[in-house]
Design a protein around this ligand. Structure first.
Ligand SMILES: [Zn+2]
Length: 70
């Protein structure tokens, strides 16, 4: 049962990124392979976030910072 911890986490952070979280929760952060399209794993949060939640980083391989805005 992973619903309760998920709900409490989403509530604490907000609804904006909850869509990606919900889809990725099935296989809790296994690898990038399991992330929904348009999402990236945040090493700080341990959560997947939509690319809109990331700072840009021109030096990064994917053009996004290593951690999200959260
Ligand atoms: Zn983060």
């Amino acid at each position: 049962m992973s619903f309760l911890p998920l709900y409490s986490r989403v509530t604490g952070i907000g609804v904006m990124a909850s869509r990606c979280r919900r889809e990725a929760i099935g296989e809790t952060v296994r690898e990038k392979v399991d992330l929904p399209a348009g999402c990236k794993l945040c090493r700080t949060c341990g959560e997947s976030e939509p690319h809109g939640e990331w700072h840009r980083d021109a030096t990064a391989s994917d053009g996004l910072s290593t951690h999200c805005k959260a």
